[in-house]
Write a protein that binds this ligand. Structure first.
Ligand code: SAH
Length: 246
């Protein structure tokens, strides 16, 4: 949950829970109870919004408040789970702060799935997918999403390409040039993914391998070399504007 109160300040606290929600009482403990009681100062009768990534978002009212746990009474479903635009972000893991930022932005911007891709110049071979999921959850709590993007297990580039689903376009962000991204995305509707390289870029063999793939569409994100995290946010934004739910 957010370390600081969710935006806008004073709004109803909003929490993701792992259990499937339904009307009735639910007990919240651990860091979530700390957040509600000590950070948000939740009192009996105060509303709390909950979502579970399965049934949607629910309204609950705090009833019993203890030091380490509190009970909420779930009263009504506010929204069903959202329909998620069918976009994957496939990106080489970056060092800690940058990949966390990328995961957070990917969630806010609306991706369905995040796939860490191991390439020759990847500096982090074992990204902490649990930590990435935590960042996604926190972002979903803040931005009002009712679905948490799936964080896939890290996969090698060659394996990713070998097992690529035949119905999914692969927009390959290539800093050496490609079709203007917005145009290419408008021209290829349907399930899609964006592929972003590590800070050192893809090497020549990797670029050849990607470009030879039947579903790959090389795209340019402009004349400037972007950092990988910037490239990911820019490409996802362009796809969402062209084909997503914006
Ligand atoms: N090879 C570069 C840096 C790579 S930038 C170097 O070391 O100079 C990291 C990744 O961001 C790239 O692999 C690419 O996927 C993406 N990227 C950055 N700028 C881009 C641009 N202008 N167009 C398309 N993709 C870009």
């Amino acid at each position: 949950m957010p370390a600081t109160p969710a935006w806008p300040p004073q709004s109803t606290p909003r929490l993701f829970v792992e259990t499937e929600l339904a009307p009735g009482p639910i007990t919240v403990d651990g860091p979530q109870a700390h957040y509600l009681v000590s950070v948000m100062r939740t009192k009996p009768g105060d509303p709390v919004k909950l979502f579970d990534d399965r049934t949607g978002e629910w309204l609950a009212v705090a009833t019993d408040i203890g030091k380490r746990s509190l009970t909420l009474d779930i009263t009504e479903r506010l929204r069903p789970r959202e329909t998620v635009p069918d976009l994957w972000l496939c990106a080489a893991p970056l060092k800690k702060g940058r990949i966390d930022w990328m995961a957070e932005k990917a969630c806010e911007l609306g991706v369905a799935r995040f796939v860490p891709v191991i390439t020759r110049r990847t500096v982090v071979d074992k990204p902490n997918t649990d930590r990435l999921r935590s960042h996604m959850i926190e972002a979903a709590e803040q931005c009002g999403r009712t679905a948490i993007p799936e964080v896939a297990a890290p996969v090698k580039l060659a394996t990713l390409l070998r097992d690529w689903p035949t119905n999914r376009a692969l927009f390959f962000a290539d800093e050496n040039g490609g079709a203007p991204a917005a145009e290419a995305m408008r021209a290829h509707a349907g399930p899609a993914a964006i592929l972003i390289g590590p800070e050192g870029g893809f090497d020549t063999d990797e670029r050849d391998l990607i470009r030879a793939h039947p579903q790959a569409i090389g795209i340019s994100l402009g004349p400037r070399i972007l950092r990988a995290d910037t490239a990911a946010a820019a490409a996802v934004s362009l796809w969402m504007a062209a084909a997503g739910d914006w």
